[in-house]
Write a protein that binds this ligand. Structure first.
Ligand SMILES: Cc1ncc(C[n+]2csc(CCOP(=O)(O)OP(=O)(O)O)c2C)c(N)n1
Ligand SMILES: [Mg+2]
Length: 359
């Protein structure tokens, strides 16, 4: 049984994501960058976020806005990136919507995210390798959760992106080294305007079978309760057993691929209707009614979420633009090492320069 409080929190954030998508669609002319929303993917994303700790690491992709809401980022913070505002906490208005990075004590760490699909696979698998190294060498840099939980890494993808070569490289290494990483593949059957049948012969679950040592599971990612239970179990397993797991989550795609395209142009009415049947929002609403939450209480959540989004969007619209004089900042981290130290030819060292071949 999942606590009612968790289900209500998920419903509130699902309604928030829905209101955000509607607000962005109605205000496309002021949204500086093309953006994707998480509509259809909310359940699996929230379930994932709710099961992570500040000691963990996650690489969300551009559709993971509900994941970011679930981790505790506010709509206002996300909107500052959408509108390319100076106070955007992720990139100071320099990058697309839902391209986060984060280092702090109250949420998992997020490395800088690229727009190249699938590109998160190798660096994020590298984080898991780094954790394994720190753990095995008992490094003071290795940080457990406050109750001693071992950290895990989550790498999130869309279904089309995992057909890319670098993703296979990452999977190969994760199974070879048995790294503590969860690959979450959100399968909406689409890669922009290309359907699965045009791009691949197998889904992520079937593909994962080829990687010896990869645990795998396929779930209905539009069902919050199922997603929450599975993610909780998988996260606990990886915390304890330290091995890679791939989660294949089937989800509908309810919005456009991005604001830059119109779904009606490349999707049939039948396809749109079929995806609409799996909307996670009414599914969770129905479940809440079944467990006794009243219609009045649900309406209140919906109204509050819409009002919060409206208020935060207006606030973001009037937020300051980036300061032109700071355009050169945040390109490289300033290095503390600016001068060479040490001795290249220490006394008593006869062979000073050898190459591996000479040796
Ligand atoms: C390396 C690379 N190739 C192509 C693109 C263009 N592109 C952007 S999104 C996308 C489709 C990705 O589909 P999927 O991974 O299934 O995610 P979804 O948008 O369906 O959630 C493509 C091909 C890109 N951004 N990067
Ligand atoms: Mg897809």
């Amino acid at each position: 049984m999942i606590a009612q409080e968790i289900l209500l929190k998920a419903y509130h954030l699902m309604c928030t994501a829905k209101a955000m998508a509607e607000t962005y669609e109605a205000n496309r002319q002021v949204c500086k960058y093309v953006h994707s929303t998480s509509r259809g993917h909310e359940a699996i994303q929230l379930a994932t976020a709710f099961n992570l700790l500040p000691c963990d690491y996650i690489s969300p992709y551009y559709r993971d806005e509900s994941m970011l809401l679930g981790l505790g980022f506010t709509p206002y913070q996300l909107m500052l990136q959408l509108l390319a505002k100076g106070d955007d906490i992720f990139t100071g208005g320099r990058e697309y919507y839902s391209h986060p990075n984060f280092r702090g004590d109250d949420k998992p760490t997020i490395i800088h995210q690229s727009s190249a699909t699938g590109m998160q696979a190798i660096p994020t698998t590298g984080i898991a390798q780094g954790l394994q190294f720190l753990e095995s060498t008992k490094s003071p840099l290795y940080k457990n959760g406050k109750d001693g939980e071992a950290p895990v890494v989550v790498c999130s993808f869309g279904d089309a992106s995992i057909t890319e070569g670098e993703v296979s490289e990452a999977f190969q290494f994760a199974v070879l080294k048995q790294l503590p990483i969860i690959y979450l593949v959100q399968d909406n059957n689409w890669g922009i305007s290309v359907v699965a049948e045009e791009a691949r012969t197998m889904n992520a679950y079937q593909f994962a079978k080829g990687f010896k040592g990869m645990e795998r599971i396929s779930i209905d990612g539009s069902d919050f309760s199922q997603s929450y239970k599975v993610i909780k179990n998988v996260v606990n397993e990886v915390r304890e057993k330290r091995h890679p797991v791939l989660i294949h989550a089937k989800v509908p795609l309810l919005g456009h691929h991005t604001s830059g395209v119109r779904k009606e142009f490349y999707r049939t009415e039948e396809d749109l209707l079929k995806h609409g049947l799996d909307d996670p929002n009414p599914k969770l609403r129905k479940k809440l009614l079944e467990i006794g939450v009243t219609e009045v209480a649900l309406k209140e959540i919906e109204t509050n979420a819409a009002a919060e989004v409206e208020q935060q969007f207006q606030q973001a619209v009037v937020a300051a633009e980036p300061d032109v004089s700071k355009v050169g900042e945040h390109i490289f981290v300033p290095t503390p090492v600016t001068e060479e130290t040490g001795d290249r030819c220490p006394a008593g060292n006869e062979t000073q320069w050898i190459t591996l071949v000479q040796w």
